[in-house]
Design a protein around this ligand. Structure first.
Ligand SMILES: NC(=O)c1ccc[n+]([C@@H]2O[C@H](COP(=O)([O-])OP(=O)(O)OC[C@H]3O[C@@H](n4cnc5c(N)ncnc54)[C@H](OP(=O)(O)O)[C@@H]3O)[C@@H](O)[C@H]2O)c1
Length: 241
């Protein structure tokens, strides 16, 4: 099992709930210093957490928010681009360009803006992990803008890896985790067009869908192992040794 040898400086987006909150709690437990950006703070205080409120869809204000959060910080050991939105499960043909663009804004373009701001001013960034999804590669019916945004996020990491060899980049699918996003999927009515929705409903309450606090230690350990793999690649925790 991996053990942290020293406290690290970890940056995370979206820590108000779900995977981001679980990761922030686990980092705090390990003694790390956490810098978090998101619309809302964690529901309870965490030690060594610095939080800056920022709607990631506001690409005009995002760089200044990140600069305030990381003022004077010259090294980030791990940056986790976690915040994301699902949109609705529907056929692509039923989705307006406006709603697809809104998903892209948070799941893709905000992550470009965050990465640029993180890497600015000569700051050393050891590792960037973008939280992707199996939907990035599955082409499962119904995942429309979400799947497009995560596929593009995978390529975003690959492109930065080619440009910035001093930083290690990965796109990383965390597997199923029981969060508000899964609550949204569970609340959907039956629809034979979207069989993956049924599969997710069936996984709820089983070991295949841990809660965020249970998932976080495994996710952080897997992120550490990503650094032994090629920068820019996509990995799914479900197929990592
Ligand atoms: N849960 C799963 O099974 C699963 C599987 C594969 C991938 N993922 C990915 O894991 C990541 C986390 O999702 P989750 O399942 O933990 O869902 P979640 O509980 O809904 O968490 C999403 C987080 O993103 C933040 N966020 C959303 N829009 C934002 C915005 N405009 N500005 C700032 N923050 C924003 C939310 O904060 P506020 O709403 O407070 O702003 C929240 O903290 C996502 O990228 C998701 O695609 C999840």
């Amino acid at each position: 099992m991996y053990t942290w040898s020293m406290s690290r400086q970890v940056f995370i987006t979206g820590v108000s709930s779900g995977i981001g909150l679980g990761l922030a709690r686990e980092c705090a437990r390990r003694g790390d210093r956490v810098f978090a950006l998101g619309r809302n703070p964690p529901p309870s205080t965490l030690p060594r957490l610095s939080f800056e409120a920022c709607d990631l869809a506001r690409l005009d204000t995002l760089p200044a928010s990140l600069d305030r959060l990381l003022a004077g910080i010259t090294r980030v050991d791990l940056a986790i681009l976690n915040a994301g939105v699902l949109g609705r499960i529907a056929d692509l043909g039923e989705c307006s360009l406006e709603e697809l663009k809104a998903i892209m804004e948070v799941n893709l373009w905000a992550n470009k803006a965050v990465t640029d701001a993180l890497l600015s001013g000569g700051r050393e960034v050891v590792q960037v992990v973008a939280i992707s999804s199996g939907a990035a590669v599955s082409g499962a019916r119904g995942w429309n803008g979400y799947a497009l945004s995560k596929a593009a996020l995978n390529m975003l990491m690959r492109l930065y890896a080619a440009e910035r060899p001093a930083t290690h980049f990965s796109a990383f699918a965390p597997g199923l985790v029981d969060t508000a996003m899964q609550d949204k999927v569970r609340a959907l009515p039956e629809d034979p067009r979207f069989p993956t929705v049924d599969r997710l409903k069936q996984a709820a309450g089983t070991p295949d869908m841990p809660d965020p606090d249970a998932a976080a230690p495994r996710l952080l350990d897997a992120m550490d192992r990503l650094r032994d793999r090629k920068s820019g690649d996509f990995h799914d925790i479900r197929s990592m040794d």
